[in-house]
Design a protein. Structure first.
Length: 224
């Protein structure tokens, strides 16, 4: 599969597989994301590209903070940053055990590809720190005015949630009003995330890309 060429995601299999094989070069990844497609490696299979029939999204207007999280946020001494330790965040996500899945889809190849995207100013992270120790974070991809959150981890209670809220606040300040979370999880559902049908998601994505929002400063500068 040549870079930048994917089938129409509406032609995906019932499981959401759009294409098989290909590479993780920046142009390929960006082309995929702009069409609502993302890679999801499966052990023993060629690289798979997905656009699931039901897509997880988080509309910022629907963001719900449970009372315990609001209290933790107000009392937290964690320091929150953006784009300070991207490689460490994706490494933390890759090493976090997840009961609902075997192993991790963040393979060394995925890790290298997204670190490269970060260096190009396309992939971004939000971090939570306890002193000088990274204790949580989230990372994702700026699709050119839309944002796809990929994964998050924590080593301290609520650290990943607070990092996510920090990211949402930043994106909201730049004019974005929703976040692609790809696959809905119980954790994000409790924060107000929900699913939309693939066609509705693709329409939302196209509309957002037409706005041309600038979500992050150019490479070499800090977002905050």
């Amino acid at each position: 599969m040549p870079a930048r060429r994917f089938p129409d995601p509406r032609s995906a299999t019932p499981e959401g597989v759009v294409a098989v094989g290909g590479d993780l070069e920046p142009d390929t990844l960006l082309s995929a994301y702009r069409q609502g497609i993302f890679p999801w490696p499966v052990v023993g299979l060629p690289l798979l590209w997905f656009s699931p029939p039901a897509r997880g999204v988080l509309d910022f207007a629907d963001l719900h903070l449970p009372r315990s999280l609001r209290r933790a946020r107000g009392q937290s001494s964690l320091r929150l940053t953006l784009d300070t330790a991207f490689a460490d965040v994706i490494r933390g996500c890759a090493s976090t055990p997840r009961p609902e899945q075997e192993g991790t889809w963040i393979t060394p190849a995925i890790e290298s590809a997204y670190v490269r995207l970060h260096r190009l100013g396309v992939a971004h992270s939000a971090e939570a720190w306890a002193g000088d120790r990274l204790v949580g974070g989230v990372y994702g991809v700026d699709v050119g005015g839309a944002f796809a959150a990929e994964s998050m981890f924590y080593r301290h209670p609520n650290a990943s949630k607070l990092a996510l809220l920090h990211l949402v606040e930043h994106l909201s300040s730049r004019g974005l009003d929703w976040l692609d979370i790809q696959v809905l999880t119980p954790h994000l559902a409790r924060l107000g995330a929900h699913e939309v049908a693939r066609d509705a998601f693709l329409e939302r994505l196209a509309t957002m890309l037409e706005r041309g929002l600038v979500l992050f400063p150019p490479p070499g500068t800090r977002a905050g």
